[in-house]
Design a protein around this ligand. Structure first.
Ligand code: FA5
Length: 357
């Protein structure tokens, strides 16, 4: 850049410039250098522009071109060094945040029980102080346990192939449509000890299957918790007291519950229990289908035929049974408007359910 029109101190400074740029090891130093060369005031570039203003007319074109070339050269060098320094800073900060030897090692992500399983465990805990233990039964059941043992006659609509999942190769087997077959299994298993123990009481949580259309309150696979108590002189008042206790434990003292007469072949009399819809407070919404109440369970006094089928004398013993819909209870406790959320496995939803029950 040995242009005779340029002042000698600028030519010298420009010769030293590449070395100075390379010597800048941080962005602050580079900014200071930038100010000295191309800053608005007092910089080499600013002084050159002053020079251009006062230069004789015939020199202006050449001088202007020389100044521009010089400025471009400085600006390009500054920009490229700025890019290098920013890249280096990014690498340093990402390395620093990736590993800090002073911090404890990160904990591995760990699994947790699904909210529906936790709710079933909670229900078991609610009933445990009342002396209930857990009985289990298979999801693939016999027609005998799912229907016959429960006094469900041959022509009952629930037995039709449009309502229950049967196995083509094994027509006597099906996917249980409720947890009530565990009543039959449990009663048969415990019948020999009924005198010695003074009765029978248990819960049976598990998965059940129905050919139901999916909507905010229905799924073809869902969960129930069955409850059964057999003793001497057991009546509806025992059932009502027990369920009122359980609903208060689940929904709080203010829970508003109602009992409606209903029909199930394996109980007599039978009822359904609803809770006032916590989502709309009873005013009516999509979840309660405008009624202000959501059905949670079916219940009643165990039909004498069910006791007799299991080998228990119904003239001595009586009892009550109930079958609760776990998803419906989970929806009401957590105020979730759609049970499908429980099956979609969205981590954010599952985490939110974490501390509810
Ligand atoms: C029964 O399943 C009876 N076995 C309950 C019973 C047990 C009655 C013992 C008497 C004595 P129901 O079909 O109403 O009853 O279902 C019980 C509960 O399961 C319902 O109140 C509801 O909360 C829930 N439920 C029923 N169908 C579905 C479904 N498709 N999706 C989610 N929950 C459902």
């Amino acid at each position: 850049m040995e242009n005779p029109l340029l002042p000698s101190e600028v030519i010298e400074a420009s010769a030293a410039f590449p070395g100075q740029v390379a010597a800048c090891t941080d962005l602050d130093a580079l900014l200071r250098l930038k100010g000295a060369f191309v800053g608005r005031e007092g910089s080499h570039a600013a002084r050159l522009m002053e020079l251009l203003k006062t230069a004789p007319k015939e020199q202006k074109r050449d001088l202007g071109a020389a100044i521009n070339a010089l400025k471009n050269q400085w600006e390009e060098a500054l920009k490229s060094r700025q890019g290098e320094l920013e890249e280096a800073r990014k690498r340093r900060t990402s390395l620093a945040s990736a590993w800090d030897p002073d911090l404890p090692p990160p904990l591995p992500a760990h699994g947790a029980l699904h909210p529906l399983n936790r709710l079933m465990n909670r229900l078991v805990e609610v009933f445990r102080p009342l002396g209930y233990h857990v009985e289990e039964g298979p999801e693939v059941e016999t027609e005998g346990n799912n229907f016959d043992g429960l006094n469900i006659p041959e022509d009952h609509p629930a037995r039709s192939s449009s309502d229950t999942f049967y196995f083509a190769q094994h027509p006597e087997l099906l996917l249980r449509c409720h947890t009530s077959p565990v009543q039959v299994r449990g009663l048969k298993r415990l019948a020999p000890q009924i005198e010695a123990k003074g009765g029978i009481r248990f819960l049976a949580p598990g998965r059940v299957y129905r050919k139901d259309e999916v909507d905010p309150t229905h799924s073809p696979m869902f969960h129930q918790v069955e409850g059964l108590l057999v003793g001497r002189g057991i009546g509806m008042h025992h059932l009502k007291g027990t369920l009122a206790y359980a609903m208060k434990a689940l929904f709080g003292e203010g829970a508003d519950v109602r009992f409606r007469p209903s029909y199930f072949p394996f109980v007599e009399p039978g009822c359904e229990v609803d809770v006032r819809c916590p989502l709309c407070g009873g005013g009516g919404c999509r979840v309660c289908k405008g009624s202000g109440w959501v059905e949670l369970l079916g219940a009643g006094l165990v039909h004498p035929n069910v006791l007799a089928y299991a080998g228990i004398d119904p003239s001595v013993w009586s009892g009550f049974a109930f079958g609760m819909g776990v998803e419906r209870i989970a929806m009401m406790v957590s105020q979730t408007p759609d049970l499908r959320l429980f099956f979609e496995n969205d981590q954010r939803f599952l985490n939110e359910m974490g501390g509810l029950y």
